[in-house]
Design a protein. Structure first.
Length: 206
């Protein structure tokens, strides 16, 4: 039910909307929060949980899976792949290989396959990891000059992440272990164009 994944030009249209409507903001979203900030949004809100990354039309009920109960482990953000996975899913995928070591300020040097259950303190540690990774992205984004340069930064990051999927699957010898989310692929195809060249000293004095 992700509109940015379902329509070919959705990312382009979102970027156009943010550019043409001053002080616009994007709430209850996911990767689009960074894409919108890169395009010049006044602010955005990245949902800490899946329920906070969606909006339900007034009067309608949320569409949920048929299984009762919640997941057996917390959702963990895989930095290289730019997507969330259950901790137990990551443990299974990396069962025969060394999982990536996260060096965010919350993890230090903790492997991504350690968040395998909802027993304390793993959910809190997973949440801290997710926030630390997102804040790292935010710092890098804000350190990039606004305009095309920021859009280019986000495009390059998404493109590198999409390219990482087949390489990781090959290393794990599991062709379908990880699949790039459709929205991520849309951002990776939304090339904003080249960054304008800096004016020369002679041009600045004119």
């Amino acid at each position: 039910m992700d509109p940015l994944a379902r329509y070919a030009k959705s990312v382009h249209h979102l970027r156009q909307l943010i550019t043409q409507v001053p002080e616009s903001a994007l709430l209850r979203t996911d990767l689009a929060a960074f894409g919108a900030l890169a395009a010049g949004a006044a602010f955005t809100a990245f949902g800490a949980t899946s329920s906070l990354r969606h909006t339900i039309v007034p009067g309608e009920k949320a569409q949920t899976g048929k299984k009762s109960g919640g997941p057996g482990s917390p959702h963990v953000l895989h930095p290289e792949l730019m997507d969330f996975y259950l901790g137990e899913t990551l443990a299974k995928k990396y069962a025969a290989a060394a999982a990536p070591i996260c060096e965010c300020y919350a993890c230090g040097h903790k492997a991504l396959d350690t968040f395998t259950s909802n027993q304390s303190p793993l959910p809190a540690e997973a949440a801290a990891h997710n926030i630390a990774v997102l804040m790292g992205w935010l710092r890098d984004l804000c350190a990039t000059p606004p305009g095309i340069a920021r859009q280019r930064w986000w495009y390059d990051r998404c493109r590198i992440a999409v390219d990482r999927y087949p390489l990781l699957n090959a290393a794990l010898e599991q062709p379908k272990a990880f699949r790039a989310p459709e929205q991520l692929k849309c951002w990776a195809l939304a090339d904003p164009g080249p960054v304008p060249a800096e004016p020369s000293p002679a041009q600045r004095t004119r």
